[in-house]
Design a protein around this ligand. Structure first.
Ligand SMILES: NC(=O)c1ccc[n+]([C@@H]2O[C@H](COP(=O)([O-])OP(=O)(O)OC[C@H]3O[C@@H](n4cnc5c(N)ncnc54)[C@H](O)[C@@H]3O)[C@@H](O)[C@H]2O)c1
Length: 297
């Protein structure tokens, strides 16, 4: 089938494109290359449009001939979002509304990237989908505004599924989005100690990018029309543990360094996966150690 992938030159979008090709679908990529890399698509046999999702008319022209939309394009840097709030709002919220509007006009299903950042600092873990949404940074706030829009358009009979990704890792991550694994990896490649911000007791639910790509396709093909679903593993790893595992894989004799905690960094994040597993019928398949070993050089 002919599917649009916005942000298809970026980390997760590009993995969706590759999975779609493997499954003999026809992906059409939209990306303004703000962060995405042209090389990630020029090597593939796909139609590419260098278009900004804020450009409604161009977007409409491309989307109208498709059979569904995977919407991944966004500004994704939590720290940058504090200083560029207007820009984050324009791209992440207004851009997303453009997608929903066009989907409504042409009756297209949308599967889009929400984020665990909508939960902020949860009162309780693991986090279920009906937990309070209380983002603690402007980036997370844009993702929550997208969810309000998704709810509004869903009431209008548009089929929209929001996938709340937890911490995604894998080959090709730009390092902009809470990319702690990429940052550790880059330090280790230079034979330097990974830097931990804060105490390192922060816990995360790391999910492999290929699993995320497959979750998107499962959601697109399922009979479920609407809703938000956690996309994680349900398993937690502390940042200290992560540093230890990565140092071990590298074979280097190093200890992590510690620096001041980052602004807007959540303390604990762990997905409750029951709803996704029972309703969407998707579960992760890659264990963290194996996933890391796959792209660790
Ligand atoms: N990586 C994670 O851990 C994670 C976690 C939760 C949610 N998400 C969400 O998943 C999606 C994909 O994230 P990613 O990690 O692949 O980030 P990324 O930065 O690698 O990819 C985003 C892509 O969108 C493109 N883009 C940005 N602004 C655009 C615009 N105005 N018009 C067209 N294209 C534009 C960029 O060039 C880039 O290729 C985002 O919506 C992000 O918020 C990511």
């Amino acid at each position: 089938m002919k599917f649009i992938v916005t942000g298809g030159a970026g980390f997760i979008g590009n993995n969706i494109v590759r999975q779609l090709l493997k499954q003999n679908h026809t992906p059409i990529v939209i990306d303004n290359l703000y962060r995405g890399k042209i090389e990630s698509i020029s090597s593939l046999d796909v139609e590419f449009h260098k278009v900004d999702i804020q450009d409604f008319d161009q977007l409409r022209n491309i989307l109208k001939n498709s059979e569904g939309i995977f919407h991944e394009a966004a500004l994704t840097d939590v720290q940058e979002s504090f200083t560029k709030q207007q820009e984050y709002n324009d791209v992440n919220v207004k851009g997303t509304e453009n997608i929903f509007k066009i989907a409504k006009e042409f009756d297209l299903k949308v599967v889009y990237a929400s984020s665990s950042s909508v939960y902020g600092n949860p009162k309780k873990i693991p986090i279920t989908e009906n937990s309070e949404r209380n983002p603690i940074n402007p980036y997370g706030k844009t993702k929550l505004d997208d969810e309000f829009l998704a709810e509004k358009y869903s009431k209008d009979n548009v089929s929209i599924i929001g996938l709340r990704y937890f911490n995604v890792y894998g080959e090709g991550q730009t390092g902009s989005y809470a990319g702690v694994i990429t940052k550790f990896l880059n330090r280790l490649k230079e034979k330097k100690s990974p830097i931990i911000f804060g105490t390192g007791t922060q816990i995360r639910d790391f999910i492999f990018v290929e699993d995320v790509a497959l979750a998107n396709i499962v959601a697109m093909q399922s009979n479920i029309k609407n809703g938000f679903f956690n996309i994680g593993t349900g398993i937690t790893t502390s940042i200290q543990q992560l540093a230890k595992i990565m140092i071990e894989i590298s074979g280097l004799k190093l200890e992590p360094q510690y620096e001041k905690a980052l602004n807007g960094d959540v303390q604990s994040s762990q997905a409750d996966m029951s709803l996704t597993e029972s309703i969407l019928k998707w579960k992760y398949s890659m264990e963290l150690k194996n996933g890391l070993a796959k792209f660790f050089i």
